[in-house]
Design a protein around this ligand. Sequence first.
Ligand code: ATP
Ligand code: MG
Length: 365
Amino acid sequence: MAASRTLRIGLIPGDGIGKEVIPAGRRILESLPASLGLKFSFVDLEAGFETFQKTGVALPDRTVETLQKECDGALFGAVSSPTTPTKGYSSPIVALRKKLDLYANVRPVKSVAGTRAFPDPIDLVIVRENTEDLYVKEERTYEQDGDIVAEAIKRITRSASSRIATMAGEIALRRAKIRAVEKSTSTEQQKQAMVTITHKSNVLSQTDGLFRKTCFDTLAQPRFASANLKVEEQIVDSMLYKLFIQPAYYDVVVGPNLYGDLLSDAAAALVASLGLVPSANVGDGFALGEPCHGSAPDIAGLGISNPIATIRSVGLMLEFLGQGEAAARVYQAVDGCLLEGRLLTPDLGGKAGTEEVVGDVVRRL
Ligand code: ATP
Ligand code: MG
């Protein structure tokens, strides 16, 4: 990708602390060193529960069309979910993933000294298939022999399984490259690039069986095999167990939609705060960065929300837009801030406000 390119980024703050952390994400992009030769332009877009209350739609057409026609990437804050079912309201992020065909949900979980809930360093990525499995939402309820029966379709395709496996393999190789660069400054032993395929094909031999086989076939291609990518599998229940027993072991974990959903939330619990965990929703040529936390109504407006999940999501978005060097700068600045531990928000036991943390990361850029 040409270095002097201008990337157009859609900004969707949404509700609650989304309005505090998305401006922080924008500031990070604006503060990247000029030597990277990257320029950004921004467009403010609406979505969320507040938008729904104001206009009757949670995801306005303008937001979708602008993202589709004008933008290279986007940052999404958070949306509140109504506590009681609200007629006509459905999650705008789920709709966005569908409309933009963002077929992968990528969630890195990394611990840094000081933010460790576990003694061992955790540095893993959950790669979740985002378009099918039980989430095709084809359910029906009917009566049979005096009973009531509800069913849901679990749909797995070879094409979707293959593209998610490819993405997992690429992420694993990219991470190994970054580790090799960092090796000179670290005494920690190098991890081999590894993808763990998680499934339940011992019970669901056709659906999960297809996912499992397709992942193995895809990752056996010469481009992965010749790069010494290790591929292994783990039944999802024991995967969850081992994730909590020895999280340091894992590198990239790939799973179908439902298991990926469960695993990525569970993995987020391995580090000290939701305010640290980023994610990206990725399609072909488009990436949407999104902190894993919600709108946090309990702290909205207080100026103390942790911006790091969003800042790391900025890094992820850049990574998937082919800007690995810029992404690495962002990650390094965040790690520096966390390692020093001087300016931390209250969720990490500190006293700093959102702005102070952003200022510290910006200085390190
Ligand atoms: P929602 O319905 O939007 O998900 P929620 O009430 O479930 O809202 P979350 O955003 O999911 O709230 O957050 C769960 C808890 O974690 C809250 O106590 C919140 O204050 C805290 N939290 C979440 N994100 C952050 C953050 N960025 N900084 C500090 N604390 C956070
Ligand atoms: Mg929540």
